[in-house]
Each structure stands twice: as structure tokens, then as C-alpha cells.
Design a protein. Sequence first.
Length: 614
Amino acid sequence: MADARIVVVEDDEIISEHLQKILRELGYTVAAAVTTGEEAVGEVGRTNPDLVLMDIILKGQMDGIEAADRIRSSSRVPVIFLTAYSDDTVLERAKFAEPFGYLLKPFRKEALKTTVAMALYKSAMDERVRESEARYRELAEVLEQRVAERTADLEASNLQLQEEIRERARAQEAARKSEELFRAVFESAGDCIFIKDTAQRYTRVNPAMANLLDLPEHEITGKTDADIYGPESAAHLADVDSRVLRGEHIEQEHTRSIKGQTYTFLDVRVPLKDAESQIMGICGISRNITERKKASPSAARTVSGYQSPAMRDTLTSARQAASADSIVLLLGESGSGKDYIARWIHEHSGRSNGPFFSMNCAALPHELAESELFGHESGAFTGARGKVRGMLELAEGGTLLLNEIGDLSPQLQAKLLTFLDTRTFTRLGGRQPIKVSARLIAATNRNLEQEVAEGRFRLDLFHRLNVLTITVPPLRARKKDIPALVRELLAQLAADLQVSAPGEVSDAEMEKLMAYSWPGNVRELKNVLERALILAEGKALRFDTLRSESAPEVAWSRTITFPPVEPFTDLVNGLRADLIQEALRRSGGNKAEAARLLGISRYTLRRQMKGLGM
């Protein structure tokens, strides 16, 4: 620090001038030269110099020791005592002022040069330690906040996390004391902590990460993710790190293989900046959440389990969709398994190492759907007391399924379209644009083309979603799959209900299942199996309740001549009215059941009846 500013406190004018001359020759700036302790305290308070050279014996009421004690009590400015005495009593008293060192008069220029340089160097190093501690505290606080948000519904895990938070708080307090204590916290942390340079090479890892990788630290530093995790995981991590080096703060779930075992981590990566706010690297914290992810559902069914051509064609299309990274639109009746196809696409795609989230657009009030999808900032609405990340942010690096997208409000349709075009959005009540790398899959049981024609769905959003369209067949069109579905669903239900045996279905009972029309599709099949499993007195399952439900339906038809005699609009309205009347007749006047038979919502049925004057 050749440009350091130094205050000289010496009541001997000759010594003071000599000292100032030497300091200037050494390239330092003499901020002030005073003769009393009172002046020294005032000058330090005004100018905040980098160093004070203080004579112990001074004129006035305050000697150098008392002046140094006052200076050190209110600032971190280092003090070097100048004295012609080596009295033990004086030195014993002087040490309580915590000086950096002593210079005995008369002093040599080289001794002064060395002592001043060492004091300034130590002061600079102490400041770096404090900055490092502050950075670590900020990263730790970010991690704890994110983990608390993601694991709020896991009570047992919360108890463990609370203990970790308390332990970390104690470690943070200890880290403030010195660089050694900071190193102790770094080395004792249970989470993996690492630092990378701008070339994405590891420069520092803590023991937790070295232990997890089963490698010594010196074999990790200097390497990249491609060297550690292999090319598949490294391609995604390299993209994330590139975004961090451009200034983004990224949190994501990511699954990667380590020595043949698969681990899932919650990663927080932030840019490291120098004193000029220039990005000099990456600091990351990774928490192993593998055990938590084991409890999440997965698409366990395979293509080979299905015998029907319709489902095989659907899964072939799904495999083609999984090989790309574009938007997928899933169409099909309610309960037909669109959510399963969406998860199947995710787990067979390049994003399978990332998270999978699903949002039901029809299950949320319109005023809450925006917050659920895009998140919100504190104060965005009544009761919003903190920042909450939406489904899009949570799906960073993975896939988000927007189920029943036909029920999305026009306002959210516009905001979703903006995200699809720019890959950025703002939280509710926020101003800062947020960039997310997440794949979108949309699903609906509605006819979106009809919704567009009737003004309830944006045409531009429909075109944006209609890139890869897959129609999931209803169960009645794939009855050959029922035996395989029964086996899978019974095994799943037996585990969920904690039943020792999944139950047995005889050929006769299977014929009942095969003969039924299944208007509720796979969801209804699961409910029927669950009811039979609960009511079963032994291993054999019976489905007697399907007899009335599977009674043959009365044939119904309407003949239309072509070219039509009546106007086209009247013809179409008449056909709509006849279909509604038939559905109401078959449902015994139950509008909810009639809407289900027609494949529309109760709201749409009411609107259609009102428009037709029914």
C-alpha cells in the first residue's frame, strides 16, 4: 500500500519532521502530524487514516497509550508505538491498547520501512477476512431461506434443518473472529461448498465435497465438471455456470452420478465479485437431498407393459418429444393419464436430472394462479410477507407441467406467452426480470381450437403451444392395456394402503373390467380397484358394482342430409342441442354427469344451454 495515509503523533518537532520525511521517501502520504493525544483522537475520527505512528510519552493530559486505546475502541486503524523507553510497566500498560508493534528511538529507516509495511499488509488482510466472512454469511442465509421454502411440508426434515440452521448460526458467529475460525467453518460444513474461477475450474472445495467425491482436494482443484461428473451432467452445469458468470443467481435441483451412484442436490450458485464489482468466479453450495427425492412419484410404467396400438403409438410420440426440448401439448379426456405421459417425457429427456413440477390451472382461483406460477415479492398483495418463488423458478433445469391450461385466465395467458417468447418473467409485485431454463408441457381436456374460436383462449398462445401435440387415448380405446394397468395400480394401492397383498383378479372379474366403458378413464379404474381392495374379504377382488354402470348404452343417432336443407348455423345449433338433451337423459338430469359424458366442464354446459335457450 504505497499510497497509504499515515498520521504522525510526536511532540518532538525534530523527530516528527524527520519521521515525516522518511515516510514520504517511502512513498506514503502523511495525512496529518499532531503533538498531543487529544489531537490524534480527533484527527483519526475525521480522516480515518490507514495507520497511526504514536509516541507513548506526549504532552497534555492524554498520553499515547490512552489515545491509542480510544482510537482502537472506535476503529480498526492499526497503531505503532514510538518510544525511547523500554520500561516493563509502560509496555505492560501499552499492550491493552492492542498496538501492531513498537519502534524504539532512535529508529533506523529500514526498521521503520519494514514495520510500517507489515502493519499495512496485516490491516489489508484483516479487511479481506471480514469481507470473506460477510460473503459467506450472505450465501449461508440464502441457502437456509431456500431450503426452508422447499421443505416446509416435510416436518421431520424441518426439525433437522432447524438444527442445522442453529449450528450454522453458531459457526457464523465464530467465523467473525478470525480467518482461522472462518476456515474451520468452511471445513466443518456438512454441505458441499466450492469455488470456481472464470474458466469454470474448481479452485477450492471443502472436505464435505471431497468426501462425497471420494477424492482428495488437490485432485479436484484445477478440474472441471466434465472431469468430475462426466460429459452428460457437465453440459448442463456448464450452461448454468455460464449464466452465473454473466451475473445471475441460480438455484436448482440437479441429479448427477458419482462413482456409479445417483445423487440429487439442491444447488445455489452465485457470482463472486472483487472490490470493483467485477465477476472473478463462482461460489456454490450443494445440499444432498437424495433421500427426500426418493419419496417423490415417478413414471414407473414402460412401453413394453402396454399391448394396445393406441397407447404404443402415444408413447412412441412421447419418445420423439422427449428427444427434443420444445413445448409439448397433451390432449385427452380427464383421467386418461396426461400427467403420466408428461412425467414419462421428462424422465426420458435431457432434463431428467432436473426437477419435475405440476400445476393444475383449474384447481386455483385466478387471483392466486399468477403467484403460484410466477411467484411474488413481499407486499405484492395482502398477506404477502416474504418473497416466494413460483413453479417456473422451482422447475429451473427441469420440466413444468401446466395441467388444464385451457382454464388459464386471459391475463395469465398473456404473461405466459411473454415468458415463452423471452424466457424471462417478473414476480407478482416485482420489477427485476428473472430468467429461467425450464421446459413447459401443457395439458388439457378441452378443444383449444374451439376455445380460440369462442374467444376464451388466445390464438397466438395456442400457436406457441401447438408445436408437438400428443393425444392420449381414453381407456375405452385401449382396453388391451387394462390387465397391465390393473397389476400396476394394485401394487401401488397395496403400498399406499399398507396392504400385505395386492389382491387377485380372476378371469371372470377381469372380463367385467374389460367390458366396462370407463368414462372416467384410468382415474376411475384406480378408484374402482381401491374400493374393491378395501372391501375384499380375502385375496380375491370383486367388481359387482360395475354391472349397472356397464349396462349397454342405448344407441343414438341423428341423420343429416347433404346439402343441408336448413341453414348451417341452425343445423349446428340443433346438433348441439340434441347432444345436450341426450346427455341429460342418460345422466337422469344430472348436469355434472352430463358435462362429463360430453367431455366439457359444467360451466361450458351451462353456457351452451343458455346460448341455445334450453
